[in-house]
Design a protein around this ligand. Structure first.
Ligand code: HSE
Length: 305
């Protein structure tokens, strides 16, 4: 029997101005995924968490991604997947991507397949597809490439790794669920040109800010004229959390992915912790359960434990 255990980090996507094109792996929280390959055939799945996810391989994200690899590459043997999920599904911090990227990286390493990043991403996207109903790679790419990634073209897998200056990240995860498919459905189908101009200026500004270690430029660029006005209404106390975080010295931030999680970037850890305290204060008044994390960028993506 061969077996492997990998750590599958959470990820932020969109990074405020870059809907579907920016993603970033973070150090916390993360899932642990084990994969065993024995004699026989088929895939079996076990979840050690209480999230009630399907263990039917055709309905489980990791199962679908692995099945796609098994069929395409004609992999042999029985595969047993054991998932210890800490990233709550529907959190906006890449719970489904952690399973999809985790399983393909695990299988690649376990079987010594030496697949390219692009090949891994293709298989992972087959799994991610069943969670959101669309093929987008902004949570997956950083888990495979590490760090921050720009998805310039999803269809042709044109993925660019963006180097980053040191950053601290505060995440607030209200314990409510927002379905990605719903959060995508409610978005406008068309965008006024004047908003599009502001938005693409900000995406270019954010990349330039990261490349030049220019925190002020990063801060100015983290504005969203298209997605935030619609989705922020789904998140209780969104404006108050953002306002208090900015008062504490956040560089900027907003909704992670399709929410409900929110994130804020800071230059130093002390500010990131002050932001966490401020977020807790706001959320304590809502009566909604929540979790916060003070973390940093994960530069390696999915790794062996
Ligand atoms: N970019 C995607 C969205 C991420 O915002 O819908 C979903 O997790």
């Amino acid at each position: 029997m061969k077996s492997i255990k990998v750590k599958c980090p959470a990820s932020l996507s969109n990074l405020v101005c870059g809907y579907d094109i920016f993603g970033m792996a973070v150090e916390a929280p993360y899932d642990i995924l084990e994969l065993k390959n024995t004699d026989g055939e088929g895939i079996s799945i076990q979840h050690t968490d209480d999230y009630g996810l399907s263990t039917d391989p055709s309905k489980n994200i990791a199962g679908v991604a692995l099945q796609s690899m098994v069929s395409e590459l004609k992999l042999k043997g029985h595969f047993e997947i054991i998932i210890h999920k800490n990233i709550k599904p529907g959190s906006g911090i890449g719970s489904s991507a952690a399973s999809a990227a985790g399983i393909v990286v695990a299988a690649n390493l376990l079987l010594g397949l030496e697949l390219t990043h692009q090949q891994l991403l293709t298989f992972a996207m087959d799994g991610e597809m069943i969670a959101s109903g669309s093929r987008h790679a902004d949570n997956l790419a950083p888990l495979i490439y590490g760090g921050m990634t720009l998805i310039r073209d999803t269809d042709n897998f044109d993925i660019i790794s963006i180097p980053s200056p040191p950053l601290f990240i505060t995440i607030l995860h209200p314990q409510i669920e927002i379905k990605t498919s719903y959060a995508r459905e409610i978005l406008p189908k068309e965008v006024p040109l004047k908003d599009a101009v502001k938005q693409w200026a900000n995406t270019a500004g954010l990349v330039a800010g990261f490349l030049q270690n220019d925190y002020a430029l990063m801060s100015r660029s983290m504005q969203d004229f298209i997605i935030e006005p619609v989705r922020s209404k789904l998140i209780p106390a969104y404006d108050a959390v953002k306002k208090e975080s900015m008062h504490c010295g956040a560089l900027g931030g907003g909704i992670s992915g399709s929410g409900p999680s929110m994130f804020m970037f800071s230059k130093d850890e002390q500010k990131a912790r002050a932001i966490s305290d401020a977020m807790c204060k706001v959320y304590n008044s809502t009566g909604i359960a929540y979790k916060t994390y003070v973390t940093s960028i994960n530069q390696k993506g999915v790794t062996v434990v």
